[in-house]
Design a protein around this ligand. Sequence first.
Ligand code: NAP
Length: 336
Amino acid sequence: MSTRSTEVRLAARPHGWPTAETFEFAETEIPDPGPGQVLVRNLLMSVDPYMRGRMDDRESYVAPFEVGKALEGGAVGEVVASGDERIKPGTVVLHGLGWRDYALLDARHVNPVDPSVAPLGAYLGVLGMPGLTAYAGLFETAEFKPGDVVFVSSAAGAVGQVVGQLAKLKGAGRVIGSAGSAAKVAYLTDELGFDAGFDYHDGPVRDLLGAAAPDGIDVYFDNVGGEHLEAAIGAMRVHGRITICGMISVYNATAPTPAPRNLPMMISKRLTMRGMLVRDHAKLQGRFLAEVAPLLADGSLRNRETVHEGLAQAPEAFLAMLRGDGVGKHLIRIAS
Ligand SMILES: NC(=O)c1ccc[n+]([C@@H]2O[C@H](COP(=O)([O-])OP(=O)(O)OC[C@H]3O[C@@H](n4cnc5c(N)ncnc54)[C@H](OP(=O)(O)O)[C@@H]3O)[C@@H](O)[C@H]2O)c1
């Protein structure tokens, strides 16, 4: 027996922005699980900015996607057949083989999740990799302290919406977010409790940030890089801390991008700037879930998702996420 499945493959490496031609769909036959394997029917998958990096053929912390092979990424699905007695059919699991209807995996590479604790999408967002990124990047990397003035970019995105809310819940003096539309800024200030926000299209980021944080900032959580980073260095108070989490403004660049021009301020202000990778913070997973799951359950932490319907929409969903068309975590519902 085998199971017919559709998968999305990397058709060609993009130069600059990915396009519809970057992706191709293929039909495959998935064999039944052997000993120690499980067959998962995917229900939801995630599209994330790091996938853009894996489309390039260059050395990084994770291997590039291969042309002609299926893409990979976070997904939640239901085990439909199992060759491992510890994982029964019907178990809902989190795993790394999205971009396909069915995934055949080593049982050691799936993590059961509890659908009664949170909606399944949360395991790919607020309670998943992006949530842990926010938690680790704010509390470990930036060494957040109550009273800090915190600025986060791409603040209405999967990571950003958690960063700003956690800072607020843990006693930040002031939380400021930037995002790509007036509606997103309204989401930050009216729904998430940010003290201020701005649409970075409305003028130089330096001026917009200066108006939103007239007394400066202690922590910058960088999801964007480029002009945002330069503006944040300019607005930093003495002994400020910067978490370099992402630099989405340069992911589709076709030529080297300029560095912040005001780096000498790192000296006069005695700033700390640290890059972080969520995979280095797995040890925080237990503490993160114990702290953040109850906040989500009791409504103190809000969460928005943009859900795209059907695997056929996955390439467009990925592009929409990169462009900023949609609020919060982008997910694709593959089946229900
Ligand atoms: N270091 C790690 O371990 C780690 C882990 C997860 C994520 N990350 C990084 O964290 C960042 C956020 O990830 P996420 O999953 O939460 O994605 P996200 O913020 O939900 O989605 C990306 C958003 O970036 C914004 N954006 C795109 N181009 C931009 C530009 N030129 N200038 C300003 N904003 C732009 C868009 O929203 P707007 O409408 O606001 O423009 C877009 O929706 C990414 O840089 C990602 O690579 C790092």
